[in-house]
Design a protein around this ligand. Structure first.
Ligand SMILES: [Ca+2]
Length: 432
């Protein structure tokens, strides 16, 4: 069933009748091979299994808004029911990786092979392939990756894209994450320039490129950068491997970065492994980033300036080759006080988080302020509800596992629905 093709069939969320049972806790963290089993467990849990310790029982009252039609407020510690459906809008995309909405409602979608396409506002057709995108390396996990619009897009239609850039000259055969931009005029990018390059480029590695981008309210751009499978350079501030950087829109360096002694001026934070989701909290303005652990140890972090997030010295996950389990956590697992403790972790099995957004619309009032991100190996959409201060997880929920899809990105549409990209080439709408 996990691999069935649903076409445009409307599906109910697998967790519809079992919101609490579908919530987090390690027992529902699954990899690629166990999603169906987790679905079954979640359904069975509707018969009355308790919520995982430390989730709903610690939910403070008032962290969500019940819908106006609710006959009575939901009791503190539980969630008002949400009945989302999924609608497959498009099945023709080729390894889509990132997306953003144009002001007219159409979508810009990157495809890992190197093309940037424009989808119709209803998502059902590919209208054009945008010209002007530079050559990308598609080795391993590389390719054309994320895409975001300039905060002043209406006035200056810059489109920013991240990609795996093939090296030239002395760097021939090497690859590094880079960020480019171009002005979108019709269906072409003009005045294209590469505004940031990860240093150094790396040979013989097709993994851990990052790279998500998110604009801060001051119109500076955060870019998350993987450590390219190199490990210890994530702690070396003379490189931009395993870092989050913050740059101006033209690639220059803004004031207020970490500026570690002898370090690169672009650095915001370090000690990251492979961060593939990033978003700025709509109220607190804090940068939230998720990243892949090795075997287990996926993290959700609030990423602060000068912060060291520990990789590769510490992780709640295990080294490859070690038996999966909490007993083999790298460096003992605990980050503090030497490093910054994650807000949330996924153990003992990695879900492989991808994309990250805060829900701010009104179609699903219960979800306002919640974090959503996709899972690749974990084939689902994760919802994380935060406390009222927006700083701590109070509960988590695994959604749409029955689709069996590796979800690569999630974005909120102008209509207040959620839109998912899958590695299988689908655009999926989450609607009421
Ligand atoms: Ca960490």
């Amino acid at each position: 069933m996990r691999h069935a093709r649903f076409g445009r069939t409307v599906l109910l969320a697998s967790c519809l009748v079992a919101l609490t049972a579908c919530g987090g806790g390690d027992t529902t963290q699954t990899g690629d091979g166990t999603a169906a089993a987790a679905d079954a467990a979640a359904t069975a849990g509707a018969a009355g299994s308790a919520a995982p310790a430390g989730t709903s029982t610690s939910t403070p009252a008032g962290t969500y808004s019940a819908p106006a039609s609710s006959p009575a407020p939901a009791p503190a510690g539980s969630l008002a029911p949400v009945a989302p459906k999924t609608v497959v809008l498009n099945t023709t995309l080729q390894s889509p990786w990132g997306m953003t909405f144009l002001p007219d409602g159409r979508m810009l979608v990157t495809q890992r092979g190197g093309s940037l396409v424009i989808l119709s506002a209803d998502g059902r057709s590919v209208q054009a392939t945008v010209s002007g995108v530079p050559a990308v390396s598609t080795t391993g996990q590389g390719g054309l990756l994320d895409v975001v619009l300039d905060p002043d897009f209406a006035a200056t239609p810059w489109v920013y894209f991240s990609f795996a850039e093939p090296g030239t000259g002395a760097e021939a055969g090497m690859v590094g994450t880079a960020v480019g931009r171009g002005r979108l005029v019709g269906t072409s990018l003009q005045d294209v320039a590469v505004i940031f390059r990860q240093v150094p480029k790396v040979a013989n590695s097709g993994v851990h490129f990052g790279s998500r981008m998110a604009f801060r309210s001051d119109k500076t751009l955060f870019v998350t950068l993987g450590e390219r499978g190199q490990g210890s350079p994530a702690q070396d501030v003379t490189t931009s491997l395993g870092k989050v950087v913050r740059i101006n829109r033209d690639g220059s360096i803004p004031a207020g970065n970490a500026s570690p002694p002898g370090g690169r001026p672009s650095l915001w934070s370090w000690g990251h492994r492979n961060p593939q989701g990033a978003a700025v909290h709509p109220d607190t303005g804090a940068l939230w980033v998720n990243e892949h652990g090795p075997q287990g140890g996926d993290e959700l972090n609030i990423v602060t300036v000068g912060g060291n997030y520990g990789w590769p010295n510490v992780s709640y996950g295990c080294q490859y080759g070690d038996p999966v389990g909490n007993g083999c956590a790298i460096g003992g697992g605990q980050h503090a006080p030497a490093y910054i403790e994650p807000i949330s972790t996924w153990t003992p099995t990695s879900v492989a988080p991808a994309g990250l957004m805060f829900y701010t619309a009104t179609k699903f009032p219960q979800w306002r302020g919640n974090i959503f991100f996709g899972a690749l190996a974990g084939t689902a959409l994760w919802r994380v509800q935060l406390d009222t201060a927006g700083r701590r997880e109070v509960t988590r929920e695994r959604l749409f596992a029955s689709l069996g899809e590796r979800i690569r990105d999630v974005q909120q549409g102008p209509d207040g629905y959620l839109y998912l990209l899958t590695d299988s080439g689908k655009l999926i709408q989450v609607r009421d």
